[in-house]
Design a protein around this ligand. Sequence first.
Ligand SMILES: C[S@@+](CC[C@H](N)C(=O)[O-])C[C@H]1O[C@@H](n2cnc3c(N)ncnc32)[C@H](O)[C@@H]1O
Length: 344
Amino acid sequence: MNGAEATTTHQVHTADSARLSFLRAGSVDLTVTSPPYPMIKQWDAEFAADPKVAAALAAKDGPAAFEAMHRQIDAVWRQVARVTRPGGFACINVGDATRSIGGSFRLFANHVRVTTAFLRLDFVCLPPIVWRKETNAPNKFMGSGMLPAGAYVTLEHELILVLRKGAPRTFDGAAERRRRRQSAVFWEERNQWFSDLWTFKGVRQGKGADRTGAFPFELAFRLVHMYSARGDVVLDPFLGTGTVCLAAAAGRRNSVGVERAPKRAANARQVLLGGAREASRRTKARLESHRRFADSGARELRYHNDALGMPVMTRQETDLRLDQVVGIEEGEGEALVALHAPLP
Ligand SMILES: C[S@@+](CC[C@H](N)C(=O)[O-])C[C@H]1O[C@@H](n2cnc3c(N)ncnc32)[C@H](O)[C@@H]1O
């Protein structure tokens, strides 16, 4: 099968993530996701299926609407907490919302509310990443313009909350430790990816009801490689266009994506089925970028990675492996199967 040496499975479920009974407790190593953002108008209609949200919005009671919206996604966080293994991670991309409602303009601090929800579920909060999405929009400055004191700073960033379930994960036994070493990232990637400021652009969004709220593949790809190991299970309970499942396949992880809207779930499956080339492109770019770093002579690389045939900076990178995705096919039942072969 195309020289494939390993397979991973990718399940796309059409379901409400407030009920994930098909997932066993402790069966997920990492969640990477982005919920609909409370108090962003784009998502009002979805949240307003709950009469409490609809009533609060109709009464122009911003704080009540904010809280009722978060209670809906709290139900999903409870499921994430249940299915996450001890020491597993949840990386939540969430933006705050600015909005005038009931005659008052204010910030609705979604990142604070989501963090609080996870702390209540006994997750540990780790340093978050600021994803700065600079905009040239003429209306990015808000409020009274040049006059004090009613002007507001721009909102050009979102956060990626990094939360861990309890104590750090352990890798016990020789096979687990090898899997961890094979999942290492390059030294120069560590320096870039583990910085608290990411600056790549957002994804071009559709219009109106077609707006996807998708985040860039790069965001999911990095988080998958930073907080999970090859062979792990990655969950996205708000799957949207399927970005996280594709990033998991690119990193030789298994994945489970859950999407409530049947049309979006069907689309995500198609994205995955046609995504082998994109998944491999990013991994090949990792290798090329490391080659340029090694060739630049900027640093003395004292170790050697025999499988890649390249020098590396640290001993931790000597067992690092890279795989390309040589195909993604229909598997049994709902599952798709990705086929992996080593690079180069
Ligand atoms: C912000 S979008 C996620 C976009 C995704 N990160 C991507 O890159 O395409 C949120 C998605 O969650 C879905 N959704 C909202 N509530 C849900 C729930 N309770 N269960 C499952 N999916 C839900 C919405 O239909 C929407 O597609």
